[in-house]
Write a protein that binds this ligand. Sequence first.
Ligand code: 8YV
Length: 317
Amino acid sequence: MESLGVLLTFPMNPYLEEELSKRCKLFRLWESPTPEARRDFVRANAGSIRAVVGNATVGADSDTIDLLPGLEIVASFSVGLDKVDLAKCREKGIRVTNTPDVLTEDVADLAIGLAISTMRRICESDRYVRAGKWKSHGDYKLTTKFSGKTVGILGLGRIGSAIAKRAEAFGCPISYYSRSQKPDTGYKYYSNVLDLAANCQVLVVACPLTEETRHIINREVIDALGPKGVLINIGRGPHVDEPELVKALVEGRLGGAGLDVYEHEPHVPEELFALENVVLLPHVGSGTWETRKAMADLVLGNLEAHVLNKPLLTPVV
Ligand code: 8YV
């Protein structure tokens, strides 16, 4: 792949970066400090760049694609492609790949972990011990059981199904809302998210971010979930109307939230920091050594297949 010029948008994974620098001609976008400098950098190297490797933070937007007349492939180090202008790629005949399957288990594990941490107050009671309060204040207060609660899943794709399977093992009845009904699963289907929220105790967001799903968790849905309900988001921050979520949590209209993603990462609303019924993670759903290595190998495999004119491993466009 020596002749392949690759624009890496973000320092997403040291192994991937090292392999790309060994195998291709690598251009590191983030080393240019400002948006103007990054634009100049892309423009200056446009003649060599044939591939973009982006992630869930910085992908390939319309402006970047327009600056790269020789762009052939966008290989994303993510399963979600909301940071890639897919319509433009289709229009220009640019191939797009992502990293499905290899991260499903980690993200599903984390969704269950977030639900249990939020309801059993694992992080809060850990802080209680560290602050010496067990000795000074006595036993920690009682919390809420997770096993057996009705789990509603928004998006029953690969990750949503893996979450359902795990929740089933905890004795949780499963319901879902998805673009299409999946009768083979035996799970209860709701034709809209409002009914799903009104009829579950734990609502998990696991769908892709599209124009249709942006702010799908709005005030009405949050109120339908209610003061005993818990929202888990391992999808994307913009699925949720974040100011409304913060208000509902502060006012006690929602029982709790376990969040791995936020509307304006890495910004997390500070009003949430003081709430004990909230668990906040820094977008680490796929963040294990094993999975990130597998994601990197998929990106490399897709680029290699493209250069060799072989079928792509995980094509989207
Ligand atoms: C990553 C993700 O956090 O796959 C996705 O859609 O959000 C992630 O796995 C990210 O792309 C890692 O840099």
